[in-house]
Design a protein around this ligand. Structure first.
Ligand code: F0G
Length: 474
């Protein structure tokens, strides 16, 4: 490797000593139910004692408090100037992200540090206030899942070396994006050791999403049903067989996804006192990770206070919004949704959300739901104004508009809306809108002014100029 940075000697001394991370922490699995802890020398997804979800906990975290908040900010900001590959992505925040993994084992495929794009006047007008879109579609497999997969696959890479693993089968259930990310990252590892398998609900992922794991060489298994059915199957497989589960139920995924929160803070100059983050929710791994990430920053005084979190769901798959409205959680049967990647009736990470809200976020957390029509038009309106957001991004933007309307988000706040994947993954829904071909269960009626179709003309400048009513040059 080349020199870490041309100018590292010029970094301030109090930053220079920390800028290349050496802290390893004391990370263990911790059960969110009974509190029991387990060593990281195994792959665990639920508590062997009480079957509750696990999270990863750094028992040495308080050591990090020896460095004050302003110094941490400088460390992370100066670190961006390093030329160290493993720290180029989400591991820029290694000490708080997942300190256990040595730099040499980190897999970096270009994930993270996605742009924060200011909405223009037209789109802000529709939402009722100014805001930013953080476009996580600009990740290697075109969704935020790459954040969690970078931490998971780096940990697997480390475990293979450390534990001398000779055979590993990585598996996940997916609505399309987890599978794309898992297949991509697993394909980077040694094929003699690692196999990659994804389980998809047949006909319920888009053609682009299906093409991704196929292209990465994964074994793609399609089964009848919806995501929740696939999830139950991989949960059983993970319980009974030696497979490595790559869904966000695996807390090594959540570690990487915390980077979304760290980046938002860094991009706003850590000035997050009036921040609101709007997030689409499906299996609830993302919203969990975002809350955990902000909590890390808050505990180290890197940010002044926790942000407001607004979770958004389609009414066709709204168990979290229904819980927030009624105080009771009930798994539900989902209906067809254009926010298909979030079409989940019994989110696996819901107990984590419940705990984070009760313990830390309280009234700073809310969850709302919107119609299918609002979701798709959120996407179309944004993309007509300089964005490349997916239907789940559309869900966030339409959710923001509703939240502003009902007074949930004050107009003087700084708002970041999460667009979780790329427009192109969901172009089939755009097409269905333009062709007015949605089956009735979507309850979507296209507005003529939002429809766009190609025009067929003969191959002549005159015909095209005539059609466009062009004025001749003087
Ligand atoms: N947006 C996109 C583009 C997604 O792919 C997902 C989830 C979500 C939002 C919801 O995030 O599940 O963490 O609450 N996709 C998963 C998958 C379920 O299999 O790709 P979540």
């Amino acid at each position: 490797m080349k020199k870490e940075a041309e100018n590292i000697e010029q970094f301030p001394a109090h930053v220079r000593q920390y800028v290349i991370p050496s802290y390893e922490g004391d990370v263990v699995y911790e059960c969110i139910g009974c509190g029991e802890t387990f060593h990281l020398d195994q792959f665990l997804y639920t508590c062997p004692k009480c079957a509750s979800l696990l999270r990863l906990q750094d028992r040495a975290f308080d050591e990090l408090k020896k460095i004050d908040g302003p110094t941490w900010r400088e460390i992370f900001d100066y670190r961006r100037m390093l030329r160290l590959e493993p720290l180029k992505g989400i591991f820029l925040f290694k000490e708080i992200l997942f300190p256990t993994i040595p730099l040499a084992d980190i897999i970096y495929l270009g994930e993270g540090h996605t742009p924060l794009v200011r909405a223009n006047a037209g789109l802000s007008g529709l939402a009722g206030m100014e805001f930013f879109v953080k476009n996580d579609g600009q990740n290697p497999s075109a969704s935020f899942k790459d954040r969690g997969m970078a931490s998971a696959i780096s940990f697997i890479n480390y475990s293979i070396r450390k534990r001398g693993i000779t055979e590993l089968l990585g598996i996940c259930a997916s609505t399309g994006d987890t599978s794309a990310a898992a297949a991509l990252y697993l394909s980077y590892l040694d094929k003699n050791i690692v196999r990659s398998v994804v389980l998809l609900p047949k006909g319920k992922v888009t053609p682009q999403q299906l093409a991704q794991p196929l292209g990465s060489g994964a074994t793609v298994i399609e089964v009848p049903g919806v995501f929740d059915d696939c999830m139950r199957i991989v949960e059983q497989l993970a319980e009974r067989y030696q497979v490595c589960l790559l869904n966000s139920k695996n807390p090594i995924r959540i570690m990487g996804q915390k980077s979304y929160a760290y980046e938002v803070a860094q991009q706003l100059g850590y000035d997050t006192g009036d921040l609101t983050v709007v997030v689409p929710v499906g299996n609830a791994g993302n919203v969990t990770a975002i809350m955990e990430g902000f909590l890390d920053l808050y505990r180290l005084s890197i940010i002044p206070q926790l942000p407001q979190i607004v979770a958004v769901q389609s009414r066709h798959a709204n168990p979290v919004a229904a819980w927030h409205a009624s105080g009771r959680y009930e798994p539900m049967k989902v209906r067809s949704s254009v926010a298909q990647a979030a079409m989940i009736g019994d989110p696996v990470s819901f107990p984590k959300v419940q705990k984070l809200v009760a313990g830390h976020f309280r009234e700073q957390f809310s969850a709302i739901d919107i119609s299918e029509q609002e979701v798709i038009e959120g996407m179309l309106e944004a993309n007509r104004r300089g964005h490349v957001v997916c239907t789940q991004g559309g869900e966030s933007i339409a959710g923001l508009a509703k939240a502003v309307k009902i007074g949930l988000i004050a107009k003087n706040r700084t708002v970041v809306v999460d667009s979780t994947s790329h427009q192109l993954k969901f172009s089939n829904f755009q097409q269905m809108y333009f062709e007015n071909s949605f089956p009735p269960e979507y309850q979507i009626t296209p507005k003529p002014e939002l429809v766009n179709k190609p025009v067929q003309l003969e191959a002549s400048a005159d015909a095209i100029a005539g059609f466009l009513k062009l004025k001749e040059k003087q």
